[in-house]
Structure formats: structure tokens, C-alpha cells
Design a protein around this ligand. Sequence first.
Ligand SMILES: [Zn+2]
Length: 339
Amino acid sequence: MSEPEATPESEAALAKAAAWGVHLVAVPTPFAVGRVNCYLLEGDPLTLIDAGPKSEKSLDSLESGIEATGHKLEDIELVVATHQHIDHIGLIGTVAERSGAEVAAIDISVERLASFTFGSERDDDLAVDLMVRNGVPREIASALKEVTASFRDWGSPATVTKPVAAGSKIRMGSRDYEVFLRPGHSPSDTLFWDADRRLMFGGDHLLSHISSNPLISKPLVGEGDRTRALLDYRKSLALTKADPVELMLSGHGLPITEHANLIDKRIESQDRRTGKIFDLVGAGHSKAHEISEAIWGNIALTQAFLTLSEVIGHLDILVEEGRVTVSNDGEFDRFEVAS
Ligand SMILES: [Zn+2]
């Protein structure tokens, strides 16, 4: 996966943000997604949105990026999380410790951020269960769990001192932002909206160059053993499409200035894939992992959970629409076209 090159439009969008005192601080990650976009918001309180994964290299570039804006990491007064993923939150604890900053995040994620390791383990256990139940060989599911566990060093617990509720407002960089909970990519995807400037901080809800993976995970609230991530995501995207956004600053990639078109594009490609998966079920692929293999071949093994999350997301849609049924044969979940 390669990162998108800056364009004259993206430079202009970032210059517009900078004129408002909103500065991009890009921080490297060891992950395929490349750099994570953090944002420094000048004013009261001096605010940092997301902080990058926990590593020396990321911390160095976070510090020098902040210094390039004429500020110091120690001066940060508020650090804000857009969602629970480690490439965004790993350094939040470090920033808070060194600066004494308050830590804000959506209220439903407070426990997940505080018990980062425990929460990640529960998600990893869910992933193994799902993989095995959907036809991924158990030894591969276990090996993938080891790999995921080894990534956990890039995360770290964060103590949220300022939980924010969906629908409330938060003061960042001398402006009031509305707080939207728009789950899908993760259960805690939080958007921050300045209606006067039509400026939105989007986290990983919508990315310029790649579709955001609606990753299945443990729900943060409510019933159920797992999230219906793609169903949630589509509802969230419909809400965001209706917001009159002029500039969305995302967690990766370039600034987004045509968010409604981009959302249409994402929905269209999801619809195509739902159709393809319906056809594969009709052709006799009854297990979700078989469907992943039919679509992605070998990648279905090395990225078993990612691909499975996607396939199950589409199967959730088909089940909800009544076009496909699911049953468990004692070992595997089996999908069939509804008669
Ligand atoms: Zn993410």
C-alpha cells in the first residue's frame, strides 16, 4: 500500500487549515497504512488530535512536527482521540504525561482506552473465534493472533480525563466543535465538526485514497458478541454525506474536499462487492473464508481477519436484507441463498 502524493489541491487545503491555526503533523507508523495524520490546533486550549503509535521514531517526529509549528509538546493542553486504534492512540499517554494535558475521547471508549491490553486481547480472541467458525484453519488463526499480539507494543493505555458524549460540544483551539459518533471502521469513530468553517476532523471514517476497513470487533456498549461493522459503517456514511463539509482532515492520506462524491464511490464499490458475494454464496461457497479465498486467493490467508471482516460485513447485509440465511452446523457458520 503506497501513500498518496501531495497535489496542488491538497496543498491548498492544508494551507487553508494552517491559516486557521490547524496544522498537520504526520507521524510514521510501522504499519502498512503508512503515516498517521495528527493535527495541532492553535489557541485555547492548545490541542493535539491523535498522537501516533508508541515508538521512539514516532515520538521524535511528533515532537519535531509540533516544533515546526512554533510550539512544544510540553505546551499541549488537550489531546484528543478520534478512535481506539493503536496507530492513533499509542502516544497519547506519553503526551499527557509530559505536558499535563487533559485527554478527551468519546465516552463509550473510556474503558477500552484505559484497559488497552485487556481490550485488545478480547478483540483478538473474538477474531480467532470468528476465523475458526468461518473456516480459517485453526493453526493459521492462532499464528495470526501471535502476530497481532506482537503489534500491541505500539499501543499503550490512555487515561481519559474529559469524556465527551455524542451530540455534545468540545472546545479545541479556541473553537467549539460538535461531537459525532459515526462507528463502522471502529466502534468509537468520532468526528469533530466546526459548522461555521465547515471543517471536519474525520479520523479513519473516510480516507482519500483507500476504503476504510470496517473491522469487526467487540461492541463497546450494548448486547451482542461482535459489531455489525459494515452495516454500522453504511449508516454512518449516510449521515456524513448529509453534512455540508468543505474540508475533512482525515487520519491518513490527503485532505478531502469532495466528501459526498467520495462516499458515493465507497458505497458503489461496497454494493458491487455485496452482489459478488451473493453470487459466490449462490455458487455453493457456504463458508465465509471460502468466499474470501475465492475473491483474494492467498491474501485471504495472510490477511485472514481483514478479509473475513469484510466478507462477514457483506454477509450481514445480505442476511439483514433476507437474501441469505445463516446457520451453524455445529462447527461452521454456513451461508445459503434464501429460498
Ligand atoms: Zn483506525
